[in-house]
Design a protein around this ligand. Structure first.
Ligand SMILES: Cc1cc2nc3c(=O)[nH]c(=O)nc-3n(C[C@H](O)[C@H](O)[C@H](O)COP(=O)(O)OP(=O)(O)OC[C@H]3O[C@@H](n4cnc5c(N)ncnc54)[C@H](O)[C@@H]3O)c2cc1C
Length: 284
């Protein structure tokens, strides 16, 4: 399985990378960890004329604080994300979801930005980012723009990024007091992709849920918020059966597919069961 031939460049700065992407136009592709792009090239499902390898741009890596915001560089690997103390303290949901991604080999090379730009609806990382209300920052020839996670994913393997834009960082609001988080993933075997996943973020006060954000993996062409469940959870008593009743509407407004792993009906069933578990765990 030999990839098609292409021009290759390895810029050392974000500006040079953006310039190379602009020159390459529609035929240019960013290479980060290569975990998704290389198989596509080797299977000849992608034919870029130019590959822009951003692996040597140090400013794209790392985790830092910026006031009330946690900032993670797009080239930060899954391995770093799930071990970083700042991520664990301020974005535990992202660490939990990232820990379920594939195996150590993929996690050592795959990057946060690559997982988001690839926009696979079966990906665990995009769902966590949506539930955390993150902002994704892209840089293009006209400068930087910030995209809310809920607007970033547009269709199956599609995002709002244009071919001349580089995803540079992800900005996560630090949660205040009372928030709890959990990620539930159902898969047929260890280290596999999700059949369905649920990311839950819940703010509680005195045994009641004040606010809930629930995002679903693989329940449509993009990560999707379970809006009916979120609305039903507002004001719910954690101790009663309100969480189970709210979870019953988790599949409302979703469009799961049928494939070899599961039928659409079974995915809807999983969404309800996993939502109940994820919200219960997040609510403590
Ligand atoms: C065997 C296997 C199992 C996996 N299982 C899971 C799983 O269970 N859950 C899960 O969530 N993921 C899973 N993944 C995917 C993994 O999360 C990869 O990290 C991710 O798909 C791509 O990251 P990457 O850095 O390797 O990106 P690459 O493969 O280098 O790039 C992927 C795409 O994103 C674009 N891109 C990359 N970085 C940027 C950027 N900064 N700006 C703009 N565009 C960019 C590339 O042009 C390309 O189109 C799996 C992958 C493999 C190989």
């Amino acid at each position: 399985m030999i990839p098609p031939s292409f021009e290759y460049t390895a810029p050392r700065s974000v500006e040079d990378a953006v310039r190379a992407l602009a020159e390459g136009g529609e035929e240019a592709k960013v290479l980060a960890g290569g975990q998704s792009l290389m198989p596509l090239l080797r299977m000849r499902l992608a034919f870029p004329e130019l590959v822009v390898d951003v692996g040597g741009i140090p400013e794209l890596r790392g985790v830092r604080e910026d006031g009330d915001t946690l900032v993670i560089g797009a080239l930060t690997t899954h391995h770093t994300v799930l071990r970083d103390p700042l991520v664990r303290r301020h974005a535990g949901l992202l660490a939990k979801a990232t820990a379920t991604v594939a195996d150590p080999a993929v996690r050592h090379r795959g990057t946060l930005g690559g997982a988001l730009a690839h926009a696979d609806p079966a990906g665990d990382v995009p769902t966590a980012i949506v539930a955390l209300d993150a902002e994704l920052v892209a840089q293009g020839p006209d400068g930087r723009r910030s995209i809310p996670a809920a607007e970033f994913f547009t269709d199956y393997l599609q995002s709002t990024l244009s071919p001349d834009e580089l995803l540079v960082e992800v900005r996560l609001p630090k949660p205040g007091d009372g928030w709890g988080f959990h990620y539930e993933k159902f898969r047929r075997a260890t280290q596999e992709w999700a059949v369905v996943g649920v990311a839950a973020a819940v703010r509680r006060t005195n045994g009641r849920i004040e606010e809930a954000r629930v995002a679903l993996t693989n329940m449509g062409p993009t990560p999707v918020r379970a809006r009916a469940t979120e609305a039903a959870l507002a004001g719910a008593d954690v101790a009663g059966d309100a969480i189970a009743r709210a979870a019953a509407s988790a599949a409302e407004g979703t469009a799961p597919g049928t494939d070899l792993a599961a039928s659409a009906e079974y995915r809807a069933h999983l969404a309800r069961v996993l939502t109940r578990r994820a919200v219960t765990a997040a609510a403590g």
